[in-house]
Design a protein around this ligand. Structure first.
Ligand code: ADP
Length: 255
């Protein structure tokens, strides 16, 4: 169980960005953070991964506070897949191996190499393992970023806008890969994503952020016209088709 408790953070003291964020997410579930630009999603992810230190509050994984752990210990629990990775001119194999750095000091061991080979095989990246990552398509590169995070053997995978720069086919590839990791491997996935229809397809649990807090959370049942209007200030219609919810926006409402 991943639990964020009373998390408070401001880039400066006068303007807190997170004013007491609380959420919990069970193992093997996909949690989606939703909210307008500037709501604090990336900030929360940066705190989870130890990039930023909160003013107060805690983040617990099975009762242990991630914020009190050493960088190495935390790397064994949480891995981060950023929006865009500045890959060096390495092969796919070498790139995924960099995910093991928190496990070795000078040289990777045979077991580090084994983990990399297993992940390349599981994610069907073996055929491109000797290719330079810079030569791959956006979708393949994003898949390599996930493989690198998986090489940390984390319990929690944090995705910041994983599909931001991808075409629809690659968006689906990445979302399906992340869902598989959560549901088949029991890894907890927490992600942000802009498109609400994509979010409903991707996630199991949804957290709507506004004014530094989680205003509403729950399963896909929480999506309705009122919450979309409250959070985004946009008029929308939620329709059901073949048992699935679809959100349609009123074109005039974004003016
Ligand atoms: P989101 O990911 O939901 O778009 P962010 O976490 O990026 O939101 O930003 C939350 C707020 O914090 C915004 O008002 C943003 O301008 C501010 N912010 C983000 N990064 C910094 C920074 N490095 N220094 C000062 N303010 C920042």
């Amino acid at each position: 169980m991943l639990e964020v408790r009373d998390l408070v953070f401001g880039y400066d003291r006068q303007n807190p960005v997170l004013k007491g964020v609380n959420l919990s997410l069970e193992e093997g579930r996909v949690g989606i953070l939703l909210g307008r630009n500037g709501a604090g999603k990336t900030t929360l992810f940066k705190i989870m991964t130890g990039v930023l230190k909160p003013d107060s509050g805690s983040i617990l994984y099975n009762g242990k506070d991630l914020l009190q752990m050493s960088r190495r210990e935390r790397a064994g629990i949480v891995a981060y897949v950023p929006q865009q990775i500045d890959f060096g001119a390495l092969t796919v194999y070498q790139t995924v191996l960099t995910g093991r750095v928190s496990y070795y000091t000078v040289k990777p061991s045979a077991s580090d190499l084994k983990v990399v080979e297993r992940i390349l095989s599981e994610m069907e990246l073996e055929d491109v393992s000797c290719r330079n990552v810079l030569e791959l398509s956006g979708g393949e590169r994003q898949k390599v970023a996930i493989a690198r995070a998986m090489a940390q053997e984390p319990k929690v995978l944090v995705f910041d806008e994983p599909t931001g720069n991808l075409d629809i086919a690659n968006e689906l590839l990445i979302i399906n890969e992340a869902k598989k990791i959560a549901h088949e491997k029991g890894i907890t996935v927490i992600s942000s994503i802009h498109d609400l229809n994509q979010a409903m397809y991707f996630g199991d649990v949804f957290f709507f952020m506004k004014d530094g807090e989680i205003k509403v959370s729950g399963g896909s049942g929480v999506f309705d016209e009122k919450i979309i209007n409250d959070i985004y200030g946009v008029a929308a219609r939620v329709v059901e088709s073949c048992g699935e919810k679809i959100i349609q926006y009123h074109k005039e409402s974004g003016k």
